[in-house]
Design a protein around this ligand. Structure first.
Ligand code: ASP
Length: 438
């Protein structure tokens, strides 16, 4: 029998109705043996995610303010699920323990993690699967980074002893045993970790959309769904703002070469998007796989005559950034100019100091910082073999009056990065989409 690891996101587990759909999906395929649960999310746009409510509860508790009302509202969400499913399950002792712990300021991550912890207990009961608390098997190192190898050894050992199990997503523990969460949306990472630990044939990630769209639907009307995308392409797109899957979720399954299938709990028959290690095939018709982008970047432009001959120039500039703990996005350069593209939030409060330090380090003829840059990534493995793709991208942008301020193409040839003014951002995306998707 092959094994599938399946993860259900917050909207898939937001209420009893959604739980019923989830159970139907799990029961429809005996290979769906390991299930990762998110906390209850939104079933309507005006709902509040339980995780957000828990952060708020923690905030109140840590300031020694009364948190009981809000805590009881959270409790009500779970109780409505339990009664909606007519389950014989009493979580009073769990709630009492959490509320007592909150009085002792147990940490923000502990508070947030209870959302998935409780939901996984309910789902395990409903499916009649074992419940396994991930805090005992997912580990972080002292510096807060995820410990992939220790986790994989411990998790695969315990899962071998359980034929079928539900595990809470989003968190693990620090070496001293305290709970630590991944960043927001981190249950996607847990699903991937579980898939690797059980050598799954497939990691199904169930959410509320039928896969990745080729472009942001707020900009392009009815964009097509991507049928198949490689890990590398996906990494480019999610880094640049495509948000269906957590950008770090690719790493654990990539080690094991396990494909990910993005599926829709509300439309389980839709094929969704398949994320695969490599693929020889691409959509010949579109050449590109997807377009994504972000606003909110600044460019530091440094000019100096004969820069090209000055050994160590680039290093000195980058050392300044390193000293200020700033990571940069792109580094387009000319003979006598070097530009560094940096997210505005990285530069916040540091701009003047950075400019002064770079000036001191390399004594440029001029240095300037310009805000208001948007970055667009046009991604596609099809671009490796199709000639003239860059030309088409530029022509399309020009035809809509978009001025391209920066160009960068990775040597892998699977992406073309464009920098444009923020006000041109939607138009540029539309133009590229229209050019490639007829
Ligand atoms: N519940 C967490 C969040 O809202 C983690 C997740 O859903 O993946 O970010």
């Amino acid at each position: 029998m092959s094994v599938k690891a399946v993860k259900f996101g917050g909207s898939s587990l937001a209420n009893a109705e959604q739980f019923k759909k989830v159970a139907q999906i799990v029961r429809a395929d005996a290979d769906r043996r390991y299930v990762v649960a998110s906390a209850p999310g939104k079933s309507r746009p005006e709902d509040v995610k339980v995780t957000d409510m828990l952060y708020e509860v923690y905030d109140l508790a840590s300031r020694d303010l009364p948190f009981e009302d809000l805590f009881n509202r959270i409790r009500g969400r779970y109780e409505a699920i339990i009664s909606g499913l007519a389950l014989d399950l009493d979580l009073s002792a769990e709630f009492a323990r959490i509320s007592a712990a909150l009085l002792h300021h147990p940490g923000r991550d502990y508070a947030a993690s209870r959302g998935e912890y409780l939901n996984a207990i309910i789902l395990a009961k409903y499916l009649d699967y074992d419940f396994i608390d991930t805090s005992k098997y997912i580990f972080f190192k002292e510096d807060g980074t995820f410990d992939a190898e220790q986790t994989n050894a411990a998790l695969s050992a315990v899962l071998r002893e359980h034929e079928r199990a539900v595990l809470p997503g989003f968190y693990g523990s620090m070496p001293n045993g305290t709970i630590k969460t991944f960043s927001r949306g981190g249950s996607d990472i847990t699903g991937s970790i579980v898939a690797r630990a059980v050598s799954a044939s497939l990691y199904e990630n169930w959410t509320d959309v039928s896969g990745f769209l080729m472009a942001d639907p707020r900009i392009v009307r009815n964009p097509r769904t991507i049928d198949e995308i490689t890990y590398r392409e996906l990494r480019e797109l999610s880094y640049m703002g495509a948000t269906v899957l957590h950008e770090d979720a690719v790493f654990p399954v990539r080690i094991a070469g396990i494909p990910i299938n993005i599926k829709n709990t509300n439309a389980p028959e839709a094929k969704g998007t398949m994320i695969v290690p490599t693929s020889k095939f691409y959509n010949y018709e579109t050449v590109i796989t997807g377009i994504a982008g972000k606003v909110g970047f600044s460019v530091i432009t440094i000019e100096k005559d004969m820069m090209n001959a000055e050994i160590g120039f680039g290093r000195k500039v980058l050392e300044v950034l390193e000293r200020h703990r700033i990571s940069f996005e792109h580094l387009p350069s000319g003979i006598d100019t070097m530009s560094v593209v940096i997210a505005d939030k990285e530069l916040e409060g540091k701009k003047e100091a950075v400019v002064n330090d770079i000036s001191r380090a390399v004594e440029p003829d001029s240095i300037s910082v310009e805000r208001g840059l948007a970055i667009i990534a046009v991604v596609g493995r099809g671009m490796i073999s199709a000639k003239g793709t860059a030309g088409r991208v530029f022509r399309a942008a020009a035809s809509k009056g978009v001025n391209i301020r920066m160009i960068d193409q990775g040597s892998s040839e699977i992406n073309i990065i464009l920098g444009v003014d923020e006000e041109d951002y939607p138009r540029a995306i539309e133009a590229v989409y229209e050019e490639f998707v007829k």
